[in-house]
Design a protein around this ligand. Structure first.
Ligand SMILES: NCc1[nH]cc(CCC(=O)O)c1CC(=O)O
Length: 311
């Protein structure tokens, strides 16, 4: 049986798709795969990512190819997948997730603690920008655009001294670069970071069954808790919020941090609950964040981001 797999043209997307195919071949030795790369709107848009209002612009285009049967399934970075999928599509499989941490990358391995005052740090994530400036108010955080390889190249030039990226992306690409791992306490990761999502048509039970052979149930439960939280606080509004769920025994602990755009305020919520009810853990964390005033924190975030982007 041969499957056609939808992916973006980016190196990360191709690397992730190849990883998924290799895993699937282990559990389904008689299958073959062909990758169909789809060039998306997002790949040609030059604005920093967080000003693009629509979350998942890349992924939606590829999902359309799944829905229209141009491909059998699609491989995405879960954190880029919008919470609402097309009604005839499902998150058919969540394989075992990579480490969730962010990393600090500089040409000579200098850490965020020791980098010189006035250094320029690049990131395309408002959450990371805020977390960097909370730790080092004496550095400048500047928006950076481009795929992972492009961003890494930029630290050898004049414009950036260091960048912050997800470790998962670096490991999947197998890039040899000097980095230090940032703790999830100080760098609360994006909901779903490090996880891969495989999207298929809801009525394609044969493909779904084949994909399920590489499902990792703990990874699924963790990301469900994280996504339930982001649904709750993130209704169309992408202010900086980090969420990290970790399963242990029959429990999941979800740690959430939301920041004001200027980085001055932070709200923390930790919830532990029954592993088999991850959505309710996400929702109760969301409820508590609301009680603590998360909606006020988010006021005027768009204007502030626009301002930051001009730096
Ligand atoms: N938004 C871009 C994106 N989407 C997935 C990854 C890396 C892999 C992951 O976090 O799962 C990245 C780059 C980054 O955040 O550094």
């Amino acid at each position: 049986m041969k499957y056609v797999v939808g992916a973006r043209g980016s190196q990360l997307s191709v690397a992730q798709t190849n990883w998924v195919i290799a895993e699937l071949k282990k559990t389904n030795p008689d299958t073959e795969y062909e990758i169909k790369t789809i060039t998306t709107k997002g790949d040609t848009d030059s604005r920093p990512l967080f000003t693009i209002d629509q979350k998942g612009i890349f992924e939606k285009e590829i999902d359309r190819a799944v829905a229209q049967k141009e491909v059998d399934f699609a491989v995405h970075s879960l954190k880029d997948v919008p919470s609402e999928l097309d009604e005839n599509l499902i998150l058919a499989c969540i394989p075992k997730r990579e480490v969730v941490n962010d990393v600090f990358i500089s040409p000579d391995g200098t850490t965020l603690d020791s980098i010189k005052s006035g250094a320029v740090i690049g990131t395309s994530s408002l959450r990371r920008a805020v977390q960097v400036s909370r730790k080092r108010s004496d550095v400048t955080v500047k928006p950076i655009r481009g795929n992972i390889e492009t961003r890494i190249k930029k630290i050898s030039g004049e414009s950036y001294d260091a960048i912050v990226l997800a470790k998962a992306g670096i490991s999947r690409l197998g890039i040899d670069v000097k980095y230090t791992e940032l703790s999830t306490d100080e760098f609360s990761p994006s909901p779903g970071q490090g996880a891969i999502a495989i999207v298929a048509r809801a009525d394609d039970s044969k493909t779904i069954q084949m994909l399920k052979t590489i499902e990792d149930s703990d990874s699924r439960l963790e990301i469900e808790a994280e996504r339930a939280l982001s649904d709750y606080v993130d209704s169309g509004c992408r202010f900086p919020v980090g969420a990290y769920a970790k399963s242990s025994g029959d429990k999941i602990t979800l740690i959430v941090t939301a920041f004001s755009v200027d980085g001055k305020k932070a709200l923390h919520v930790t919830k532990t609950g029954d592993k088999n009810n991850p959505k309710s853990i996400g929702h109760s964390a969301g409820e508590e964040l609301r009680k603590k005033g998360v909606n006020d924190l988010a006021l005027n975030w768009r204007e502030k981001v626009e301002e930051w982007n001009k730096t």
